[in-house]
Design a protein around this ligand. Structure first.
Ligand SMILES: Cc1cc2nc3c(=O)[nH]c(=O)nc-3n(C[C@H](O)[C@H](O)[C@H](O)COP(=O)(O)O)c2cc1C
Length: 354
């Protein structure tokens, strides 16, 4: 089933294996990708769909060095080269949009901007500065209504720009402890206004964000990634099932292209999410061992997912689908070059000759 086509919104995917979004920190200080990114993504166009590395929808949304932006013309021009190359090789690509919220540092902030979050609660971990020094995470400034409205507008603007750059759609990064997740989770959202205090209220930011992006580029070009129960980035999201069920009930009617859920193992919540969701359901089960073909196929067969996403194996096997199709051994990834910049460990993993 991995090799079967799948209809996703308005596009047809050649297979059901998605390249998961992966930050590679190769962009310059202006958030512009290098030309090597064009090669990197084109090499991986055999995936049914590529979800790009996380890109900031505004300068103030950045929280890691070397992540690309999708908020100015130079950034857009470089993304357009990427999408052209992927399409020329028969692939499809969505742009992942990430605002890091409290997982950032003032060194990334443009003049006048602050590190923001739903509530002024710092992550009890270190963050990287723009000069790649590890420092304690800052206490974020609580967003006011204007701040919330402005960020939602930035996401809509960036989505429009992404589509103009040739993206087949955008994925809103609502997982792994970044801004939308910070709204969803009671540990990071202590608000007493319309955006906090109940499962419905904690979902509101994501609901409004999705509505704005759907209005701008069309519902069938929008995906959402979530990680219910996730603890990455000092999140305490366990026991927050009601928020995710409320979120799903509120957004299902938008009929976005897909929901992309990260999980290690299935729980009753995951079964409920899958059961209630009425468009494409994508699963990522990674983060421990590699996402192996033998583990992914049964998920499709059992109907637990329509699409599966694979991360690290796509870094070291640009032609992963070909290798799986022909039973060719795959290459191990080198973790030491995931985030370091440069071409090594980026565009030098070979495709097999057969
Ligand atoms: C180098 C690297 C960068 C990542 N960057 C992102 C990212 O930008 N956005 C995101 O949602 N997940 C990110 N992830 C998580 C992956 O999308 C995926 O969920 C994870 O790697 C588990 O899948 P795997 O076991 O198949 O690698 C990243 C993972 C890795 C290894």
């Amino acid at each position: 089933m991995l090799f079967e086509p799948w209809r996703l919104g308005r596009i047809e995917l050649a297979n059901r294996v998605v390249m998961a979004p992966m930050t590679r920190n190769r962009a310059d200080r202006a958030g512009v990708l290098p030309d090597s990114a064009v090669t990197y993504y084109q090499q991986r166009a055999g995936a049914g769909l590529i979800v790009s590395e996380a890109a900031q929808p505004s300068a103030a949304g950045q929280g890691y060095p070397g992540t690309p932006g999708v908020h100015d013309d130079r950034q857009e021009a470089q993304w357009a080269k990427v999408t052209d190359a992927v399409h020329a090789s028969g692939g499809k690509i969505f742009c992942q949009l990430m605002h890091t919220g409290r997982m950032s540092h003032e060194s990334f902030m443009p003049p006048g901007a602050k590190v923001v979050a739903p509530s002024p609660i710092r992550a009890e971990i270190e963050v990287e500065t723009i000069d790649r020094v590890m420092v304690p995470a800052p206490v974020p400034t609580e967003l006011d209504q204007d701040g919330i409205d402005g960020i939602i507008r930035d996401f809509a603007d960036a989505s429009e720009r992404a589509v103009r750059a040739g993206m087949d759609g955008v994925e809103i990064h609502g997982a792994n402890g970044y801004l939308p997740h910070q709204f969803l989770s009671p540990g990071t959202n202590h608000r007493t206004d319309a955006y906090g205090g109940s499962p419905e209220a904690r979902s509101l930011f994501v609901v409004e964000l999705l509505r704005a992006v759907c209005d701008r580029i069309g519902h069938d070009r929008v995906g959402l990634r979530i990680s219910p129960g996730g603890q990455f980035n000092d999140m305490a999201d366990k026991g927050n099932d009601e928020t995710y069920l409320s979120l799903i009930d509120q957004i299902d009617e938008l009929r976005i292209a897909y929901l992309h859920t990260l999980r290690r193992r299935s729980t009753p919540l995951h079964e409920q999410l899958r059961g209630r969701w009425s468009t494409t359901y994508m699963l990522n089960t990674g983060f421990h061992g590699p996402s192996e073909r033998e583990d992914l196929e049964p998920l499709l067969e059992a109907g637990q997912a329509d699409l599966v996403s694979v991360g690290r194996l796509f870094i070291s096997n640009p032609d992963l689908l070909e290798r799986w199709r022909h039973g060719i051994e795959r290459v191990e990834w080198d973790e030491s070059t995931f985030y370091t910049g440069g071409d090594t460990g980026y565009i030098d993993y070979p495709a097999v000759q057969h």
